[in-house]
Write a protein that binds this ligand. Structure first.
Ligand code: E4P
Length: 217
């Protein structure tokens, strides 16, 4: 499973990338707006830090405008994946951009039927938002299970990008269900490595080692 960071923050991306296990980056207009800088400059900088798929979302709502915007974003770097919303206009734009060889991440997916349409439009990946479903007392990971089953049944190549991840348990469940990609905030990414027994074990190893190697006399 590929691990992506869901952020527009360069400091967070640099820190996660330094671990050597970061495969890509996603963002959305809300996350990018927080950074208060030119979107294209931000994307260019992200592409110098992470050599993997970098999703960049369009803000137009009509297909023609989405296609124009998507082509412009894709021209920034070969690793850019254009993000289009899961609407009829977004599907039209997905089909058009895909037919020109531009990879599309169809975002804001909340149902299996939406995911089926994204795959039929040729999306490179679909982004089901598990956390936002959990927030309204629906079962986010149930949606992942449904999409994985449907895509396997028909051998769709569209990847399942598990988004709106809130905690490491979402990452574990996504991996168990066969999600292709999981994108998460840096706070969740950092929790993936933590375990108190690792810290206790390391402390003990180091203190035992020091006791044995103290200068004699
Ligand atoms: C995905 O690409 C979205 O940016 C993201 O995962 C949304 O997550 P949120 O529900 O925490 O805003």
């Amino acid at each position: 499973m590929m691990l992506f960071l869901d952020t527009g923050n360069i400091k967070e991306i640099k820190e996660a990338a330094s671990w050597g296990v970061l495969d890509g980056v996603t963002s959305n207009p809300s996350l990018v707006a927080k950074e208060g800088r030119s979107f294209k400059d931000l994307l260019k900088e992200i592409c110098t830090i992470v050599d993997g798929p970098i999703s960049a979302e369009v803000v137009s709502v009509e297909a023609e405008a989405m296609i124009k915007e998507g082509k412009d974003l894709a021209s920034v770097h070969k690793n850019i994946v254009v993000k289009c919303p899961l609407t009829p206009e977004g599907l039209k734009a997905t089909k058009a951009l895909t037919s020109e060889g531009i990879r599309v991440n169809v975002t804001l997916c909340f149902s299996p039927t939406q995911a089926l349409l994204a795959a039929k439009a040729g999306a490179w990946c679909v982004s089901p938002f598990v956390g936002r479903l959990d927030d309204i007392s629906e079962h986010g990971m149930g949606l992942i299970q449904d999409i994985v089953t449907i895509y396997r049944n028909y051998r769709f190549k569209t990847k399942v990008l598990v988004a709106s991840v809130r905690h490491p348990q979402h990452v574990i469940e996504a991996a168990k269900l066969g999600g292709d990609i999981c994108t998460m905030p840096v706070a969740v990414f950092k929790l993936l490595v933590q375990h108190p027994l690792t810290d206790i074990g390391l402390k003990k190893f180091l203190s035992d080692w020091e006791k044995q190697h103290l200068p004699k006399g």
